[in-house]
Design a protein around this ligand. Structure first.
Ligand code: ACO
Length: 429
């Protein structure tokens, strides 16, 4: 296969290098294009633009493959734990037993929030969205650990990483507790990462809290499935903000905001809201699918479609199986799952969805499990954020270690040409 591409502009041929990745993916290197030709490439929404070389996550959207550092998502979901996967992403490889113990111990050490940071939650209205609260509190971490904010100092970075991973479940649990008006529980560091989170989320100071191992395992799997997804919207946001050498907390807070949108992580909340409204309005699955296809109707079939996956989302396959499993073990039957299954059956055999290559994504089923596990709908997207955290950190770290230049896309200006200023009295409506 050739390793250069030829581009002809105004009769002159330019040779561009082709870069090939370890899985055979090919990209045309246009770094010197503007200097050589005066042209830039135009690709709104970056559908065909590679922003970096990365050795963290591999996706083949056509074949439905997802691997973290080479390990297939199916094996990690089946055999690993979220903390182990977080280590894999952040530290480049699976930990040895000693490394795992050291990592868990470091995280246990940092689970508490500073009392003044705890007090910050009281400043938010009770109905504040947990994503807004979490982003604000993560951003505020940078005001408490000012001695550890230098992205180029490895020791400071590791301190910030351990603090962030350790405190994130506490932050999410408190953003939920605040909405209920219930007391915040201090972490119990005898418990594992997920069990500790569940206790802070659902426990009260009045009673002992028992962690259901089925729930603990299901949350571990969900977090693993969300842990990284290469250059998606929130991760690209984290990298772009980080490229200015903004600190880890500031960059992560930006990622949380990006994830919140209903076309990204916020879709898990939107899916449940969609399923509930179908049930409440007494619509048939067919009627809703017709609405989603109608260009004059703004409804989309939430949880369907993905920028990269054009065949199936491997995470959705694992999550559907987990949903059946967890609901069965917990003895929960849910009307919403029935509606979801019916919607998927209709959409998957409908020409509109087939021709546009729209398939269920991870969010189509995740909300159903979260709901069955008792996670409130408003907190669904914060669960996604908790899962995605190691991915954001790993990508931010890769960018900093490789000393990537500040991200700064260009544009083609299509506004008015130069014109003279008109004083306010002489302007026409
Ligand atoms: N329901 C109905 N039609 C859809 C849907 C959907 N869920 N998704 C895409 N389409 C249609 C679009 O209207 C468009 O149709 P057209 O060609 O006739 O104009 C075509 O499919 C292509 O859609 P785009 O929006 O251009 O595709 P893009 O790759 O930009 O968007 C996205 C991907 C944002 C995920 C989109 O499919 C969507 O909005 N899905 C619903 C929200 C969702 O589930 N988001 C979660 C994504 S996964 C994640 O972030 C973890």
């Amino acid at each position: 296969m050739t390793d250069t591409a030829k581009l002809e502009i105004d009769g002159k041929v330019h040779e561009l290098k082709i870069i090939t990745g370890s899985e055979g993916e090919r990209g045309i290197d246009i770094a010197s294009l503007r200097a050589d030709t005066g042209c830039i490439t135009l690709d709104p929404a970056y559908k065909n633009t590679g922003s970096c070389l990365s050795n963290i996550t591999f996706i083949d959207g056509e074949k439905g493959i997802l691997r973290y550092r080479g390990y297939p998502i199916e094996q990690l979901a089946e055999q690993s734990s979220f903390l182990e996967v977080a280590y894999l992403l952040i530290h480049d490889d699976l930990p040895t037993r000693d490394q795992y113990e050291e990592w868990s111990e470091a995280l246990r050490y940092h689970t508490m929030l500073h009392e003044d940071l705890r007090a910050l939650f009281a400043a938010f209205p009770k109905n504040a969205h947990p994503m807004a609260v979490s982003a604000a509190v993560v951003s505020a971490l940078s005001t408490f650990y000012t001695e550890d904010l230098d992205p180029t100092d490895e020791r400071q970075v590791m301190n910030s990483i351990e603090r962030l991973v350790a405190k994130f479940p506490t932050i999410i649990a408190y953003s939920h507790k605040h909405s209920l008006g219930q007391p915040f529980l201090y972490p119990d560091n005898r418990l594992g990462y997920v069990a500790n989170f569940l206790r802070m989320m659902f426990g009260t100071p009045c009673e002992e809290f028992h962690v259901d191992p089925v729930v603990e395992r299901a949350i571990n799997v969900l977090l693993i499935l969300h842990a990284d997804h290469e250059q998606n919207c929130s991760t690209s946001t984290v990298r772009l903000v980080g490229s200015s050498r903004a600190n880890l907390f500031a960059s992560t807070a930006a990622g949380i905001h990006a994830l919140w949108g209903p076309r990204h992580g916020g879709a898990n909340q939107s899916v449940i809201e969609m399923l509930e409204s179908i049930a409440d309005e007494g619509l048939s699955a067919r009627q809703f699918v017709d609405r989603a296809k109608d260009k004059n109707d703004t409804s989309r079939l939430m949880g369907f479609g993905h920028r990269v996956y054009r065949n199936f989302d491997p995470r959705a396959t694992i999550i559907k199986k987990a949903a059946d499993d967890v609901l069965g073990k917990l003895g929960v039957t849910t009307k919403l799952l029935e509606i979801a299954v019916e919607l998927a059956e209709i959409a998957l055999s409908d020409e509109y969805f087939i021709s546009r290559k729209l398939y269920p994504n991870v969010d189509f089923y995740s909300g159903i499990i979260f709901k069955a596990l008792g996670i409130p709908v408003a907190s669904f997207t914060t669960m996604f954020a908790m899962g995605r955290l190691p991915g954001w950190i790993a990508q931010w770290r890769e960018l900093v270690i490789e000393d990537q230049a500040i991200g700064r896309p260009r544009q083609i200006y299509v506004g008015p040409s130069m014109r003279d200023f008109v004083s306010i009295d002489q302007r026409k409506a």
